[in-house]
Design a protein around this ligand. Structure first.
Ligand SMILES: C[S@@+](CC[C@H](N)C(=O)[O-])C[C@H]1O[C@@H](n2cnc3c(N)ncnc32)[C@H](O)[C@@H]1O
Length: 300
C-alpha cells in the first residue's frame, strides 16, 4: 500500500479530530440502562430424539452397574422413565429422570404413581446440561454421540469417585470404558439398522496423580517412601523412591477411589499395597510375607 503526501496529511487530520468527536457524542448521549445492552440470543436447548432403550438394554445397564438399594440412579434424558422406574421397582434404588419433553415427564410421573414407587422415582422437566447430577451413584445415558461427548467434562466435574456411568450404543470419546457388553437385540434394527446393542461401563476415578509421601509401617521398611503416580482417567502407573532407590510400581490399579500396586521392597520380597483415596489421603493396608499392615500417604 502507498500513501502520497496529500492523503497522508488527510489521514493525520482525521485521526486528530475523531477522538474529540467521539467524546463529545458520548457526553451528549443519555446514560446507558441495563435493558439497552444487547443480549446474546437465548441458546436453544440441545435435544436429541426420543428412542426408548429396549428392556434387555435396561436390564443389562442395571446389571453391569450392580444397582442396589443404596444407589441413586440418574437417567440423563429419561424418555418414558423406564430405566429409573425399573431401578426403583426391581432393585430398590432411588432415581431421578431428567427429561426435556413435558409429555414424557408426565407419562413417567404417572407410571411411578401407578406402580406405587413415586417416593423413590422422581422426574423433572429440565435441561440435562444445566441440571446438577452430583447426588448420583449411577448415571445412565442414551443420547446422540455428540451429546454424549459434550457431557464428559460435566460428569467428571460433578460426580464423586466410584460413580458408575453407563452409555447405550455410544462410547464416550477419549475415555476407555472399564467394560462393555454387545448383545443381540432385534428391536434395535428399526432405530440403528443393527439388530444388536452395546452398553459401556465407566467409573469415575479419584484424582491420585502426583507425588505422595508414604507413612510406612516400620516392619515393612525403615526407609523413606515417595510415590510418583501418573494418571490418565482411570489408567495409572508410577515409580517409587524408596530410600535412594527408584523402583517402578507393578500391577498398578485404580478403580473409583481404590488404589492398588505391588512394590518390590527388596530382592524377592514384594509388598502388595491397597488403599482408598479420600480427602487428600490414601489409607489402607500393605501385605508382605502374609501379614497385613496399615499404611497411609499424603500429598508430597
Ligand atoms: C434416546 S432417548 C432415551 C430415553 C431413555 N433414557 C431410554 O434409554 O429409554 C433420549 C431422551 O433424551 C431427551 N433429551 C435430549 N436432550 C435433552 C436435554 N438437553 N435435556 C433433557 N432431556 C433431553 C429426549 O427428549 C429423549 O427423550
Amino acid at each position: 500500500m502507498h500513501f502520497d503526501r496529500r492523503s497522508t496529511l488527510r489521514l493525520i487530520a482525521t485521526c486528530a479530530t475523531r477522538p474529540r468527536l467521539a467524546l463529545l457524542a458520548a457526553a451528549a448521549a443519555p446514560p446507558l440502562r441495563a435493558q439497552d445492552v444487547p443480549q446474546p440470543e437465548k441458546q436453544p436447548i440441545m435435544a436429541g430424539p426420543y428412542v426408548p432403550s429396549p428392556e434387555t438394554v435396561v436390564s443389562q445397564m442395571l446389571e453391569m452397574a450392580g444397582v442396589g438399594p443404596d444407589d441413586v440412579l440418574i437417567d440423563m434424558g429419561s424418555g418414558d422413565g423406564r430405566i429409573v422406574l425399573t431401578a426403583a421397582k426391581l432393585r430398590g434404588a432411588r432415581g431421578l429422570g431428567i427429561e426435556i419433553q413435558e409429555r414424557l415427564v408426565t407419562l413417567s410421573i404417572e407410571a411411578a404413581r401407578r406402580e406405587g414407587i413415586d417416593g423413590r422415582a422422581r422426574f423433572v422437566r429440565q435441561d440435562l446440561f444445566t441440571t446438577d447430577v452430583s447426588e448420583a451413584t449411577v448415571v445412565t445415558i442414551y443420547l446422540l454421540p455428540d451429546t454424549v461427548n459434550m457431557l464428559r467434562d460435566k460428569l467428571r466435574r460433578e460426580l464423586r469417585p466410584g460413580t458408575r456411568v453407563l452409555t447405550h450404543d455410544y462410547p464416550i470419546a477419549g475415555w476407555l470404558p472399564e467394560s462393555w457388553q454387545r448383545f443381540d437385540e432385534p428391536e434395535k434394527k428399526g432405530a440403528t439398522g443393527q439388530p444388536s446393542a452395546t452398553v459401556y461401563l465407566y467409573r469415575i476415578p479419584a484424582q491420585v496423580g502426583g507425588r505422595w509421601q508414604v507413612g510406612m509401617p516400620a516392619e515393612l521398611s525403615r526407609q523413606r517412601l515417595v510415590l510418583s503416580l501418573r494418571q490418565q482417567w482411570q489408567m495409572l502407573d508410577g515409580m517409587a523412591t524408596l530410600g535412594n532407590r527408584e523402583i517402578p510400581l507393578e500391577d498398578v490399579r485404580l478403580r473409583g477411589d481404590e488404589v492398588a500396586f505391588r512394590l518390590p521392597i527388596e530382592r524377592g520380597r514384594i509388598a502388595r499395597f491397597e488403599g482408598r483415596a479420600r480427602d487428600g489421603l490414601i489409607e489402607g493396608s500393605a501385605t508382605l510375607d502374609g501379614s497385613a499392615l496399615p499404611w497411609r500417604a499424603s500429598r508430597a
